[in-house]
Design a protein around this ligand. Sequence first.
Ligand SMILES: *[C@@H]1O[C@H](CO)[C@@H](O)[C@H](O)[C@H]1NC(C)=O
Ligand SMILES: *[C@@H]1O[C@H](CO)[C@@H](O)[C@H](O)[C@H]1NC(C)=O
Ligand SMILES: *[C@@H]1O[C@H](CO)[C@@H](O)[C@H](O)[C@H]1NC(C)=O
Length: 282
Amino acid sequence: VLHISDFTARQLGGDMWLLTALLLWADPTKAVITLQPPWVSVFQDEQVTLLCEGPQRPGDNSTRWFLNGTAIQTSTSKYSITAARVSESGEYRCQTGLSVPSDPVQLEIRRDWLLLQISSRVFTEGEPLTLRCHAWKNKLVYNVLFYQNGKAFQFSPRNSEFTIQKTNTSHNGVYHCSGMGRHHYTSEGVTVTVKGTSPTPVWFNILFYLSVGIIFLVNTVLCVTIHKELQRKKKWNLEVSLASDSGKKVTSHLQKDRYLEEEVNCLEQQEQPQEKAQQKNP
Ligand SMILES: *[C@@H]1O[C@H](CO)[C@@H](O)[C@H](O)[C@H]1NC(C)=O
Ligand SMILES: *[C@@H]1O[C@H](CO)[C@@H](O)[C@H](O)[C@H]1NC(C)=O
Ligand SMILES: *[C@@H]1O[C@H](CO)[C@@H](O)[C@H](O)[C@H]1NC(C)=O
């Protein structure tokens, strides 16, 4: 019985491992970078903090940071830049113990008079996009105009922040702003990408998880059946001969298949003793 239990445990263990691997492959957890304040571009000497979130390995809460693909000397989940330098511009990524590297955050540090700040460069349809027309040394700007692809779409006499609550693919394009301070200033353009969500991947995902679930279920049922059958067979074998039991390590699929074939025979034979038992009873 020990061999058979071993076999079952190994089979189930293998199933669980396979299931976990498949799920991780289909949906790996990505680390996520959040910016505080939320802007992907800042002026030189301004302060910005990058926060990394992702699942950690037990007993190891370190975080890895990358700038333009090169590891940087920080292992805390918080990466603070107190006085940004132009040379710190680049593509930031982070990774925690049990995550895959985050999507990149392209941080830009500029010297300019007016800066159009945005909360992200890439969006999925439906996410909000906040724009801020920000002046050097936080000077007051008024009569702010926001432009998309060269066309003004929003005027703010005082407030220099504007939010598009639900982005859609029509919000793709290059944005800039202009405003009045001591002079009339115009910012550089920034590119915003809004990715549409098509229904196909959702269906694919559902189908995928369903398939994995069914495979797992069938495999488990099959395994339990074989286990029971093997136990039954073992009893019979004991009755017939104790010696014939030695070479019964179930390791190969070939043998598994043979057992399945035998299982059908066993089920047929199984009915006969039951009939006999019923005949005895009356
Ligand atoms: C990990 O967590 C411990 C206690 O929660 C904390 O003292 C330590 O600073 C953390 N280390 C890192 C790298 O975040
Ligand atoms: C990272 O790459 C960008 C674009 O290729 C470059 O402008 C920037 O200077 C690089 N940053 C660092 C720190 O190397
Ligand atoms: C996109 O959003 C704007 C409002 O922000 C709306 O007027 C427009 O109809 C939307 N376009 C599509 C294709 O859904």
